[in-house]
Design a binder for this molecule. Structure first.
Ligand code: UDP
Length: 383
């Protein structure tokens, strides 16, 4: 083992774990590498749910989550924590995913040690550093440091080219979220018990059209979240729909929802779902209302119209494909767009055609191949 090239995969949140577990499995399958995983646990509970389902036991667990911690405090703790890990592990390459503080700081700590960085889900850009905040800047920093950019789509590739990223360092792979989705859907199909917790919900709302809602974006905290809450309450006034709302545990979300949405028979506010249950919820629902990044990618792959409660998106592919629509956070607009989809069967059908612009489920293998080859070459040159 000692002479094998070593790769350190770093992540901290639920969406990173979902998008990296296929990559970790593919790297392990590629063979000839030592694959180490380090979690920072930016959101402990949500992360652990995914790890256990994906069968990944992290080699290093920094457990850096502190309630209500500021971005600068989190960033400082990540930098010293991840720096120490890199000094102890001395990896030949670091892999980070997406646009979290963990990804940004992981790339920076690697750069300080001249360790090359691979970026999974590279090239997503909204063009506005305040939306999403602070993710747009996080991913630009990672993009500046990385020497392997795994872009999910041609659109992401173009964004990197516009920033003068060396073209040979960009690899269009598809998004690993589709790998995770397909793998999990197959697992549920062969073992329905994995997502059976939703059976009572499906039964209870069998005569209604189910709207799946998620919201957690930092830039929506405050007035945006209040507006979203008012919209949800108004939509729930319709008796032909039911709302399934797995609520992010952030107090900026729960506090507003507690205050502005009362109890209603057709509104199920529930704890965050584990990943197989969430995929099942996507399958069961009629439409999706979300400000999430990952959900914007998953819903089109399952033919579910998705209304995005944001002003901009770094995932224009879903909008271009006609399966996603940006609706912002104005309550009246959200209600009007949801009503339009509910009441206009032709409009609904036009959005609901299953079209998946985000990948073919083979992204992780492509990434693992590139990473493994480059590491073997680099270590071979050193020998
Ligand atoms: N997700 C989940 N349970 C939930 C809500 C979402 O497993 O209750 C998954 C979802 O399938 C998607 C990911 O979490 O892959 C999205 O995470 P989130 O919306 O927290 O973050 P973002 O994608 O916006 O960074």
């Amino acid at each position: 083992m000692a002479n094998l090239p070593k790769i350190l995969v770093i992540f901290g949140t639920r969406p990173e774990a979902i998008k990296l577990f296929p990559v970790i499995h593919a790297l392990r399958q590629a063979g000839g590498l030592t694959v180490r995983t380090c979690v920072t646990a930016q959101h402990r509970d949500l992360l652990d749910q995914v790890l256990s389902i994906a069968g990944i036991v992290p080699d290093i667990d920094l457990d850096l989550m502190e309630p209500g911690q500021s971005l600068d405090r989190l960033t400082a703790r990540l930098l010293t924590g991840l720096g120490d890990v890199m000094d102890a592990e001395r990896p030949d390459r670091v892999i980070v995913q997406g646009d979290t503080a963990t990804a940004m700081v992981g790339a920076l700590a690697a750069y300080y040690r001249r360790i090359p960085v691979s970026h999974v889900e590279a090239g997503l850009r909204s063009g506005d550093i305040w939306q999403p905040w602070p993710e747009e800047v996080n991913r630009k920093i990672v993009g500046t440091i990385a020497d392997q950019h795994f872009a999910p789509t041609e659109t992401a590739t173009d964004a990197l080219r516009r920033e003068n990223v060396e073209p040979s360092s960009i690899h269009v792979t598809g998004n690993t979220v589709i790998d995770a989705l397909f793998a999990t859907r197959d697992r549920i199909a062969s073992d329905p018990a994995l997502a059976a917790g939703l059976d009572p919900v499906a039964h209870r709302f069998a005569d209604k059209r189910l709207i799946l809602v998620t919201t957690h974006r930092r830039e929506n905290f405050g007035s945006g979240m209040e507006s979203i809450a008012r919209a949800i309450a108004q939509i729930a006034d319709r008796d032909d729909v039911a709302i399934l709302f797995p609520m992010h545990p952030n107090p900026n979300v729960t506090g507003v929802m507690d205050r502005l949405i009362g109890e209603r028979g057709n509104l199920a506010r529930i704890d965050p779902l584990d990943y197989p249950h969430f995929i099942r919820a996507l399958e069961l629902c009629h439409l999706v209302l979300t400000d999430s990044g990952g959900v914007q990618e998953e819903a089109p792959a399952l033919g579910k119209p998705v209304l995005v409660m944001r002003e901009t998106t770094e995932r224009p592919e879903g909008v271009a494909a006609g399966t996603a629509k940006l609706v912002g956070t104005d309550a009246d607009r959200i209600v009007a767009e949801v009503s339009a989809l509910l009441d206009d069967a032709a409009g609904y059908r036009a959005m609901a055609h299953a079209h998946n612009p985000f990948g073919d489920g083979q992204a992780a293998n492509r990434i693992a191949n590139v990473v493994a080859r480059s590491l073997r070459d680099a270590v071979g040159r050193r020998a």
